[in-house]
Design a protein around this ligand. Sequence first.
Ligand SMILES: Cc1cc2nc3c(=O)[nH]c(=O)nc-3n(C[C@H](O)[C@H](O)[C@H](O)COP(=O)(O)O)c2cc1C
Length: 381
Amino acid sequence: MQAFLADVPSMLPLREYHCILNAVMRTQGHIIDAIKGKAILAPMLATTDIPFRIICRTFGAALTLTEMVSAAGILRESPTSFRNAVFSPDEHPIGIQLVAADADTVAAAARELRPFKPDLFDINCGCPNDRICEVGAGAQLLDDLPRMTRLLSAASEATTIPVSAKIRMRGHSRLSNVRDIARAAEDGGVAMITVHARVRHARYDVAAQWDSIAEAVNSVDIPVVGNGDIFSSADAQRMMRETGCWAVMVARGALGTPWIFRDIADGYSCDIQEHAPDTEEMTRLVCTHMQSMIDEFGSIRAIPRMRKHAMWYSRNFAGMPALRHQLFSQQDPHIMIEEVCRFFRGAPPHLAQDDPLREEIELRFRKRVLFWVHEIMLTEG
Ligand SMILES: Cc1cc2nc3c(=O)[nH]c(=O)nc-3n(C[C@H](O)[C@H](O)[C@H](O)COP(=O)(O)O)c2cc1C
């Protein structure tokens, strides 16, 4: 790569320089090519930790991402920020997602994290959280596209590790602004863009608008990943067909149902329950996950994370309310594992597809999933 770049005239316009750089990276078998047509685990605060990422990887996620890591926190040497950026050696390919408000900070943080050797840096340009936006990061970047381009450019130039941008849309003239935002990201030299197909202020009760993914695909020359409302391999196939996106990114659709990655990797176009694990596999999956959370976070910190995942795994099963009660009255994580294992080993029946309770639980899960994150943030500080 260095030898090739030595031949590139140094005064090329930035955009052309980035196009060449991206093309070179691709010919070297770089991560972006490897994920074409596949599924990525989305970054999720307090959720895409090492244990959950490894599970999704084992089920076939082509790439996983850390939760958002504060670039300023990295420069301040915040233990939380470093902990969130750490991954285990067998997790490749993996991306670290950075959230930052200015170019110098993101570049310095990328350089600081370069020794970790992630396969990708993803830059968060879509988080609508007030605390993130107040400092000018996340979705706030969408209101000042030249600033977003400068920030992405600084990240792209800081290291030789490829950089992607995860964007949403502003509220007005959605399709024309996704075009502007995607082009502004491309101008920043990123190798790939992920479009979360919602406007900045939309909550999960508003359906993702996949036509904005198609619009981004048609507006830029770099790969565009589609994200929003994929809950089964059928959804994933439909998104790829309808939008022409390079790959899909799954967030809530992997919570409690990480085998969605196996369904997508196997090329199925089916409902999430059609190839669900049998009793033995499900019991092993949930119990291994619970134990790995204790190993990773220690007994005390693991508890809220264990509760959250156990609730998600069990949400489509009859008997879930009783399990929920046990989980909330239990403070010993090892007994929690025993209870959860007993529950799944007992082969609880699924709630019927047309059971109104199932629909209600699923809707509540999809809309209120962030509630659990707040609970963990409060517990962990
Ligand atoms: C619990 C949770 C935490 C999230 N944290 C992040 C984050 O750290 N960075 C980010 O870019 N998006 C984050 N998101 C947004 C998701 O990555 C994704 O864009 C969004 O949920 C839409 O995908 P879905 O419809 O598959 O859930 C989070 C979403 C959830 C549900």
